[in-house]
Design a protein around this ligand. Structure first.
Ligand code: ATP
Length: 440
């Protein structure tokens, strides 16, 4: 496999010629014309070396290197390209741990040799060669390899962790490794009443109950050959626990109102933010079901226990939100914004971080995202809140009123309301929980 190079260079002629040459030399080159783009690539990891100009349009290549290093990010060898006037900066960078520098005009063959030597010497950290998906913190890299091993083993997996920590994302990662191309079906057991959940899990025949005007396959059948992800399994009623246990044990389901058992071949991945062990002791979760779904347990640590991931995810969410909202003018997070992100303890984990970034992209006047755009408890936001008409408060009230209106228009029917709002049912349920609206 070819080694990957990150090239951070704004000059189109220089960038293109370096990209062409290093591609010819057998490297895979990601060319980033700004420091912000370089940062996004570096946070993803997997590079054998980095070539970076010092003078860039948005932020110095030196500042980028020092900031990432200051955060404790494991960086590949860095070679800087400097103009004649910046030799002092380059020397300072060498003292800070950069590998080498070349001054313009430089000899391309010489640069190729330097890069090749450094790339060969650089031993990637464990897992560094594969692109990080679930996070760059060592605990998350270990978790990724564990999930890959579990994918081969075919065991039933219980994923635990606080709300918003990425349990469904991890389940999808496991599924993609185990059964790519096969269905992945997720159901939130806590969001449905017992009757609805039963029909959702096992399906129903035509006429099984009022409104069942045609037969419908349940999620067990829909996930045939793939993965069924049962989210919030700890929220299931005792009666549903019995029915679920029977379906898992017998590997077959019978639709509501039906008689013929239908064989199912699925991988079961469950998740909960509750402590099932304690629930078993308290008698609220069946012990036999606990052992069935808990062949292997995987715990996803909360974001506050893996601070390395905060800015890594922030960078990814920022890029996504900017692309979605057409904010090409927004370049990066300001230094103060980064500090604010690192100083927050993220009780809502990745979901809270994603929402904070999405909101900041809406609010920010640019060119950088500042701390007041990001957090409700940012100093500036607090000052505005104190006056009683904070923007986030206002947005929250608007969102709540809009959802209430949509629920009323759809007679409280969750699926129809979600559809009319253009969001998923799970997302609607989460928003209602967050906004203090009853979901039952
Ligand atoms: N590895 C990841 N990469 C990108 N986004 C992620 C990742 N993990 C989680 N997220 C995002 O964070 C949010 C929460 O993720 P997810 O739904 O997987 O969490 P969860 O632990 O299952 O939450 P809950 O307990 O509320 O069901 C989602 O918006 C998701 O897109």
């Amino acid at each position: 496999m070819s080694q990957r190079l990150c090239l951070i260079e704004d000059d189109p002629i220089m960038g293109e010629s370096l990209q062409d040459r290093f591609t010819l030399e057998g490297f895979e080159v990601d060319w980033c014309p700004t420091a912000a783009e370089g940062e996004r690539h570096l946070r993803r990891g997997g590079y054998a070396a980095v070539i970076s100009d010092i003078r860039l349009p948005d932020r110095g290549g030196d500042a980028l290197y020092l900031d990432l290093k200051g955060e404790g990010l494991l960086l590949p060898p860095f070679i800087f390209i400097t103009g004649f006037g910046a030799i002092e900066t380059a020397v300072r960078l060498l003292k800070e741990g950069a590998s080498d520098f070349v001054t313009k005009p430089f000899d391309l063959d010489e640069l190729v040799e330097k890069v090749r030597a450094l790339a060969e010497r650089h031993t990637p950290e464990a897992g560094d060669d594969a692109e990080a998906v679930l996070g760059i913190a060592p605990a998350m890299r270990r978790l990724e390899s564990r999930l890959l091993r579990l994918a081969r083993a075919g065991a039933g997996v219980l994923i635990t962790g606080e709300s918003g920590v990425g349990k469904e994302h991890a389940a999808r990662y496991l599924h993609e490794a185990a059964a790519p191309g096969q269905p992945f079906v997720a159901v939130n057991c806590g969001a449905l009443t017992e009757t609805l959940l039963e029909a959702e899990l096992f399906g129903h025949e035509k006429g099984a109950f009022t409104g069942a005007d045609r037969a419908r396959r349940g999620v067990f059948e829909q996930a045939q050959g793939g993965t069924l992800f049962l989210d919030e399994i700890g929220d299931m009623s005792p009666a549903m626990q019995v029915r679920l246990l029977r379906a898992i044990q017998e590997r077959q389901v019978t639709r509501v109102g039906g008689e013929t058992p239908i064989p199912v071949d699925i991988r079961l991945v469950s998740a909960t933010h509750r402590d099932l062990r304690t629930m078993v002791e308290a008698g609220t979760f069946r012990e036999d079901l606990y052992y069935r779904v808990n062949t292997v347990q995987v715990r996803i640590p909360p974001l506050r226990e893996r601070p390395e991931d905060i800015l890594w995810f922030a960078g990814r969410f920022l890029a996504e939100a900017c692309a979605e909202q057409g904010r090409e003018d927004l370049q990066a997070l300001s230094n103060a914004a980064r500090e604010a992100l690192l100083g927050h303890d993220w009780p809502g984990n990745l979901r809270e971080l994603r929402h904070a970034i999405e909101r900041a992209v809406i609010l920010s006047e640019g060119p950088q995202v500042g701390p007041a755009d990001l957090l409700d408890d940012g100093a500036a936001a607090e000052a505005v809140e104190a006056e009683g008409h904070g923007l986030s408060d206002y947005l929250r009230r608007c969102e709540r009123a809009h959802i209430v209106q949509a629920l009323e228009a759809n007679a409280g029917h969750m699926a129809r309301t979600a559809e009319s709002l253009g969001i998923s049912r799970k997302n609607l349920w989460e928003k209602m929980k967050k906004l203090g609206l009853s979901a039952s």
